[in-house]
Write a protein that binds this ligand. Structure first.
Ligand SMILES: NC(=O)c1ccc[n+]([C@@H]2O[C@H](COP(=O)([O-])OP(=O)(O)OC[C@H]3O[C@@H](n4cnc5c(N)ncnc54)[C@H](OP(=O)(O)O)[C@@H]3O)[C@@H](O)[C@H]2O)c1
Length: 281
């Protein structure tokens, strides 16, 4: 991966940090995107120390804000003129409804729409020195998801799990639709389920039921480590086996079957159009 530039969002902890570490180990220039400067600095220092790499960069952006995403893309463009790998990983889980500065439900905004906006803003730098790869960290729960166009932001009736599943289905639909739109550009886009990974995703949710949180913590030893959880990302970022492969859903470094709903072309197109309006491109 020497000479390749890779951006990883949500690189301050969990799967994103492990992916950034793995890419730095492979010799790539890594651009970490983190929302909190001190957590980002600490993660970058750890990665630099573990790898000896001098090419680990850090950009600060709260991806729940569209203005911050636009600033991030500008800042990136100010520092680099190309991008070989974009890993859309940052994500949140909320039991209760949270609203972003843009008035959107937070899981829809961070887990899906931020990726839609950031990717579209960076498409020109991705295309410039193609081949390039976009990797969306989705999840197996996309299969339980439904896109509720009548209440996309959960204003009428909110359920944390349902909103999370919807955001993950949106990631898979986005992957498939973007792959269709990128045909012939040599920019590929794939998504993945990292497995059940022992991270702090649920711990960060203050409203997560205490008993479930305890059960979750107790079952952590049975889960994958973040390093194991990042393996499919590293495979999709670097392996010659997936050169030219696009629009696929991966589990454990293999193409897997995503839900029937995720293959609905009309649905993917409608979501794209609604998303365009929500970001006012
Ligand atoms: N863990 C699993 O079992 C599992 C399963 C399926 C899918 N996933 C997906 O994997 C991805 C990574 O999750 P994880 O398990 O590694 O959780 P995590 O440790 O909580 O990592 C999430 C990352 O996203 C960042 N983030 C959250 N909100 C952000 C925002 N508004 N702006 C910028 N960055 C933000 C977090 O930053 P902070 O450090 O500042 O919080 C953190 O770096 C998520 O998309 C998640 O849905 C995880």
């Amino acid at each position: 991966m020497n000479g390749r530039i890779c951006m990883v969002t949500g690189a301050s902890s969990g799967i994103g940090k492990a992916a950034a570490l793995g890419l730095a180990r492979m010799g790539a220039t890594v651009v970490m995107v983190c929302r909190d400067e001190s957590r980002g600095d600490a993660a970058r220092a750890e990665i630099r120390e573990k790898t000896g790499s001098q090419t680990v960069d850090l950009l600060i952006a709260d991806l729940s804000s569209q203005e911050a995403i636009r600033r991030l893309a500008e800042e990136y463009r100010g520092r680099y003129d190309r991008l070989h790998v974009l890993v859309n990983n940052a994500g949140v889980y909320h039991t209760k409804r949270h609203v972003t500065v843009d008035g959107l439900e937070a899981m829809f905004a961070v887990n899906y729409l931020a990726r839609f906006l950031l990717t579209n803003l960076l498409l020109d730098v991705l295309k410039k020195r193609a081949p390039a790869r976009i990797i969306n960290v989705a999840g197996a729960y996309h299969a339980k998801g439904r896109i509720d166009f009548d209440d996309l932001q959960g204003e009428r009736d909110f359920d944390g799990q349902r909103a999370n599943h919807q955001s993950k289905l949106a990631d898979v639909l986005f992957t498939c639709e973007l792959a269709r739109r990128l045909e012939g550009t040599r920019v590929t886009v794939n998504c993945l389920h990292p497995g059940m990974v022992a991270t702090h995703l649920v711990d960060k949710d203050k409203d997560f039921p205490k008993l479930l949180k305890l059960l979750y913590r107790l079952s952590k030893p049975l889960m994958k480590s973040p390093e194991k959880g990042a393996e499919t990302i590293l495979y999709l970022a670097s392996s010659p086996e997936v050169e030219g492969v696009t629009g696929q859903y991966f589990v454990n470094k293999r193409v897997a079957q995503s839900s029937p709903e995720s293959h609905n072309v009309q649905l993917a197109r409608r979501l794209w159009e609604v998303s365009e309006k929500l970001i006012e491109m």
